[in-house]
Design a protein around this ligand. Sequence first.
Ligand code: KG4
Ligand code: ZN
Length: 368
Amino acid sequence: MKILSIESSADDTAIALIEVKSKKFKVIAHEKASQAKLHEKYGGIYPNLAKNEHIKNLPKLLEKILKKAQSKTSPPAPSPKERGVSPFGGGQEEVDLITVTSGPGLEPCLWAGVTFAEELAEKWNVPIVPVNHMEGHILSVFGKDGGSFKIPSLKFPVLSLLVSGGHTQLVITKKNFTHVIIGETLDDAVGEAFDKVARMLGLPYPGGPQISRLASQARKLKIKNSKLKIKFPRPMLKSDNFSFSYSGLKTSVLYLIKKIGKLNTKTKSEIAFEFERAAIEPLLYKTKKALEKYKAKTLIVAGGVAANKHLRSEIKKFFPKALFPTQKLAADNAIMIGIAGYLNYLENPKRKYKIRANGSLRLGEMIK
Ligand code: KG4
Ligand code: ZN
């Protein structure tokens, strides 16, 4: 079975073509168009601009995907006339399923992907399955950006720490693959805090990788001897729940920067170093607590911030077998949407979905 998957929930447009044969996934092609440069001057994503970019990028990416697929799987491409309605010209059985992110995310962006996917499904007469973007992130840890992979049998309950530009959540997944949210951020997401602090430091968007780079430099220079003795708060660290909060930390950084005035590179590195530690410590503390309380057997850390090296190494100290996505699949991608969509499809292959984009789609119930 061949799956065409589409992701457009934020500022990355992505399409993948994946083949599944006896439970083995093979990525035939994966294309992504990033809008990071475009949104740089806003220091975050500007939704309507992003939507228009998705609408522009989706057909271009699809064309690239189909070209790659043809060169890998079939004899020379037929002319567009011969092609008719089928994507490959040979027979429309070559795409058997379309999966698309329906939420959560920026609603105008989600609609761009959903509309495009529905039009294709109708044209090719293939089933279409909606995917929750956060479920995609959970499953991203099993994917590869090329080559083949299998989903191993998992030990439940699974605890997932989902950390991205829009989310900071702890999720328990039970044996039947249903999810409950046990805690989340009360204000900003951790990735958003990285982006905002980077902007305060005059670093380009997205800020996570930039802060992380400066923090590593500071770590190498053994910043412990810093004269500035910067110390930021660890919000909600010891609170008796699994909630997070990042707006206070962000404000503390802003005050410090105002107090210091002109920042040199060394000071920027020191701020980045201490901010990274302050942002990550509550994640570590609450993940450890949740592992104990829910007796989780598997730990997954996913979402854009899962690319962070400090977070990865600190998690491995208390849960060496934690599962992380590859650096590429930590960021938004269509491979994870293909995997999640396929698993949803298997649950009930005959089900016909009426897909609506939903910016605040939840993974499951929130328990307190
Ligand atoms: O999952 P993702 O690609 O998009 C959303 O669904 O939001 O996450 C993007 C977020 C951005 O806020 C970005 O700054 C952050 O992930 N990020 C990082 C790192 N790489 C990306 N944050 C910290 N350290 C990193 N190395
Ligand atoms: Zn994401």
